[in-house]
Design a protein around this ligand. Structure first.
Ligand SMILES: C[S@@+](CC[C@H](N)C(=O)[O-])C[C@H]1O[C@@H](n2cnc3c(N)ncnc32)[C@H](O)[C@@H]1O
Length: 200
């Protein structure tokens, strides 16, 4: 069975599909799975770093959780269009979010958008760090947030919610580090939706 068939056959019996991108050591996915207690939901965690995913495997042994040691692009291309209920992306690497690399990552989020069900969501937590490692000013933070929102809107997403900081019930290795330096590392949470198409 090829990689694509194996992942789809594992998750196809589930009513909901939740995908976390870049799970690291799996701390957040473990919390989401345990808090929601939904056996009708399949969770997919994608992580390219073999050592990190090994740690995640030790945390997450539930039958409805699939952990994949592959690139985002390869795994996402396996999903049919309009398939995923929820993507979670906490602290994307720079090549998936930095302003200077926007032209590089736009197509990645277009692909995510295509794979989302209508009214499906992408919850993203990302951060701004001052280039000189000085405190991020309120003005810098506001300009950056507005840029982020307009960028995702231009890709077709609807902004459902934005919050300064990260959700308190989220926990991950990098979130804990970043929460220790809130003046120099400012985070924002975006909850983005794929709108219903006009015909439906
Ligand atoms: C900044 S870390 C955040 C990890 C975790 N979400 C956290 O908050 O602790 C980004 C993660 O994405 C993974 N990653 C980077 N590029 C990737 C790719 N193309 N495909 C899959 N995982 C990738 C890295 O190995 C790393 O674990």
């Amino acid at each position: 069975m090829c990689f694509k068939d194996s992942i789809i056959s594992t998750i196809s019996p589930c009513q909901r599909v939740v995908v976390e991108l870049g799970i690291g050591d799996g701390r957040l996915l473990e919390k989401v799975v345990r808090d929601r207690k939904s056996t009708q939901t399949c969770y997919v965690g994608i992580e390219i770093d073999a050592k990190q995913i090994q740690i995640a495997h030790e945390r997450l042994r539930e039958k409805n959780v699939s952990l994949v040691n592959e690139s985002f692009e390869k795994v996402i291309s396996c999903f049919p269009d309009n398939y995923v209920d929820e993507f979670i992306f906490v602290l994307p690497p720079p090549e998936y979010i930095d302003k200077s690399m926007g032209s590089q990552w736009s197509s990645f989020y277009r692909e995510i958008f295509k794979k989302m069900k209508e009214n499906g969501s992408l919850t993203m937590v990302t951060e701004i760090i001052n280039n000189l490692l000085e405190p991020v000013t309120n003005r810098e933070f506001k300009i950056w947030k507005n840029w982020l929102m307009s960028k995702f809107t231009s890709l077709g997403f609807i902004i459902k919610e934005t919050h300064d900081g990260s959700p308190s019930y989220f926990s991950s290795r990098y979130l804990e580090q970043f929460r220790g330096d809130t003046s120099r590392i400012k985070m924002v949470t975006l909850i983005l939706l794929k709108p219903y198409s006009i015909s439906s």
